[in-house]
Ligand binder design. Structure first.
Ligand SMILES: *Cc1c(COP(=O)(O)O)cnc(C)c1O
Length: 394
């Protein structure tokens, strides 16, 4: 084992303390009203596609995020799919997005009949680099009327998806201004950033529309689930309609006025969500303590740094991240091996999207920074219970 791998292993061990068995990257925690609310669904029979918990969860999410409207969905990918349709993405369009993202961002684009167009990230936030993107647009795109087109492919640029990687908010001021200049709708993939804010505003408030995920490994979970967020009441109404089979409300007739989707979140899952959301502030507080402990401990080590929240932003620290100073595939692999061998789960970033076979021929900008980051990023155990039982972080 290399010295770097050895000292990273010792440092992670010191922060998380002695633990029996495997320490996952992020595990769910049910310590509040979860069982009571789920039991209530079973006792009343309201387990499926409508119910009071769905309505409550949507209201609670809107209140928590400060976004006007939330529409719950069966997962985050479905939320992204509908968000793209509502942003006006059409078959044949290209959608700008980071290559450094989870596959759902690119898949949702393909479901909308559009092509991902990969752009570079920067190393402060790990999100889309606004300066590199502006340069890329100037070199490859042009305005035709009030729409942006890729001159090489002749495709319209339908949207930019910004993804807040591991919960760290992207450089939103710059990206919002860039989208306004180029008339590109901004969609936020906020799947990882529940509880993260930029200049005092929760992520998901900056784009035309945003998507959240409540998969089991996220900050909070509904088992599987997601939500569409928007301040636009018309889009919110369309989101609800499209995710609920586009049924025209009527007491007994089943009329559908377009091809909709069965993307709604069951009441059973929403019940879990209501209970989890009650506990999000407390879980985030413990995750911040964990991040602080890692940051202090890793400040002593050379050759890497702990990724702390960007300036002007507050991060939920969904996944704690180490960044090697230099891309080094050998050291990177040794660190992953050392931690996983010691039952401390560690992961590299996802395989970059342009390296996946189904997106290998997609248009792309220069992706040098994302390539560099892929050989430097290591995610380390990030669950709130690594600080202590519920309540111990405040
Ligand atoms: C988790 C996640 C999603 C949504 O995933 P689901 O499993 O469909 O809920 C989308 N984008 C990113 C970046 C994610 O991390």
């Amino acid at each position: 084992m290399s010295d770097t791998a050895q000292s990273i292993l010792e440092t992670v061990r010191r922060v998380v303390g002695d633990r029996d068995g495997f320490v996952p990257l992020h595990e769910p925690e049910f310590a509040g009203n979860e069982a009571a609310y789920v039991a209530d669904c079973i006792e009343t029979g309201w387990v499926s596609s409508v119910g009071a918990y769905v309505d409550r969860f949507e209201k609670d999410l809107a209140a928590f995020t400060g976004v006007g409207h939330a529409v719950a969905t069966m997962n985050g990918t479905a939320a992204l799919h509908i968000a793209l349709l509502l942003a006006g993405v059409k078959p044949g369009d290209e959608v700008l997005m980071p290559t450094l993202t989870f596959v759902a961002t690119a898949n949702a684009t393909a479901y909308a009949g559009a092509t991902p167009h990969f752009v570079d990230s920067e190393s402060e936030t790990l999100a889309v680099d606004p300066i590199a993107l502006e340069r890329h647009l100037a070199a490859t795109c042009e305005m035709r009327g009030d729409q942006c087109y890729n001159r090489q492919s002749d495709a319209r640029i339908g949207a930019l998806i910004v993804m807040h990687a591991f919960g760290h908010p992207a450089k939103l001021d710059e990206l919002v201004a860039l989208c306004a200049r180029w008339h590109i709708p901004l969609v936020e993939d906020a799947a990882e950033s529940l509880g993260s804010s930029y200049k005092g505003k929760h992520t998901g408030q900056f784009g035309l529309i945003a998507a959240l995920s409540f998969n089991g490994n996220k900050v909070m979970t509904t088992g599987g689930g997601g939500a569409i967020l928007t301040n636009d009441p018309v889009l919110a109404k369309r989101a609800k309609h499209l995710t609920t089979t586009a049924r025209v409300p009527h007491r007994w007739n089943f009329v559908h006025d377009e091809i909709g989707f069965n993307y709604r979140l069951p009441n059973l899952n929403a019940a879990l969500g209501c209970a989890q959301l009650e506990r999000v502030p407390e879980m985030l507080a413990r995750k911040r303590v964990l991040a602080q402990r890692y940051e202090e401990a890793f400040a002593q080590l050379d050759g890497l740094r702990f990724l702390s929240e960007p300036q002007d932003a507050s991060s939920n620290y969904w996944l704690c991240t180490l960044l090697l100073d230099r891309a080094d595939v050998v050291v990177h692999e040794q660190v992953l091996e050392a931690l996983n061998d010691a039952d401390l789960m560690a992961r590299p970033v996802w395989t970059l999207m342009h390296r996946l076979t189904m997106f290998a021929n997609s248009p792309r900008a220069d992706l040098a920074c994302a390539e560099d980051l892929a050989a430097r990023i290591i995610n380390i155990p990030s669950s709130p219970n690594l600080v202590g039982p519920p309540g111990s972080g405040q």
